[in-house]
Design a protein around this ligand. Structure first.
Ligand code: PGA
Length: 258
């Protein structure tokens, strides 16, 4: 059994307002019993954070995160939320670097790094997403893309910041497409991520950072993905919108050796 706890993240993207959030939590709480050996974190839209918090108030095992924060601590940024607001609203996790943010909203490496800094300053644990496009993979640039995305963030972090970090490897071509990386593709990419973490944080600190796989994780493929060496959990989009599917995913056996 790995020293790292298995980690399951639900990235709801632009789905579920407050009413649907409440209904989901009610249904999921019936289906999923707390597993002390694992971490389960939900990333609802920011507007549904209070509804999630209220409806999960008796379930401390269901943790809460935001999908995005602004790279500045505050100011005239209409529509945005800051990391300290997220913390004030009860979020203990924040996504940064998701490929949809990179592609649709222009979050480049420098901005992703600034967002991770703001999250850490606010005491919110960052879940940093990295991953290559199909074109980059076909050109043989998988490792260099992952190293670039990680270095941009890790170079700016204080030496002890690794303690709070989680990384998700999410190949862009597998997100929302129904195409999943094979377990061996995932292991190969996770090894690159682990090595890059070690280069910046030192081996001991890097070993403590969970590395999740994300990209079309479903009830039918989660077991084999989690059994792949180096895969510490899953970041789930589409399948996390359905309480039964996500409860099944969170029940996946976990047996990776560190
Ligand atoms: P998906 O999304 O499970 O729908 O592919 C994963 C993600 O974007 O985190």
């Amino acid at each position: 059994m790995s020293a790292r706890k298995p980690f399951f993240g639900a990235n709801w993207k632009m789905h579920k307002g407050p009413s649907e959030t409440r209904a989901f939590v009610r249904a999921f709480a019936e289906l999923h019993s707390a597993r002390p050996e694992s971490t389960v974190v939900f990333f609802p839209p920011a507007i549904s954070v209070p509804a999630f918090r209220e409806s999960a108030s008796d379930r401390e095992d269901l943790e809460l995160g935001v999908q995005d924060v602004h790279q500045e601590p505050d100011g005239a940024h209409t529509g945005a939320i800051s990391a300290s607001m997220a913390a004030d609203a009860g979020a203990t996790w924040g996504l940064a670097g998701h490929s949809e943010r990179r592609r649709e909203f222009g979050d480049d490496d420098a901005r992703v790094a600034a967002k991770v800094e703001r999250l850490l300053e606010a005491g919110v644990r960052p879940l940093l997403c990295v991953g290559e496009t199909l074109e980059e993979r076909d050109e043989g640039r998988l490792a260099s893309v992952l190293r670039r995305q990680l270095s941009a963030v890790l170079e700016r972090l204080p030496a002890d910041a690794g303690a709070g970090l989680v990384v998700a490897y999410e190949p862009v071509w597998a997100i929302g497409t129904g195409r999943t990386a094979s377990p061996s593709d995932a292991s190969e990419a996770h090894a690159v991520v682990r090595e890059a973490l070690g280069g910046h944080l030192g081996g001991g600190a890097a070993d403590a950072v969970p590395i999740l796989y994300g990209g079309s994780v479903k009830p039918h493929n989660v077991d084999e993905l989690l059994a792949a060496p180096g895969v510490d959990g899953a970041l789930v989009g589409g399948a996390s919108l359905d309480p039964e599917a996500f409860a099944r995913i969170c029940a996946a056996p976990f047996g990776d050796a560190p």
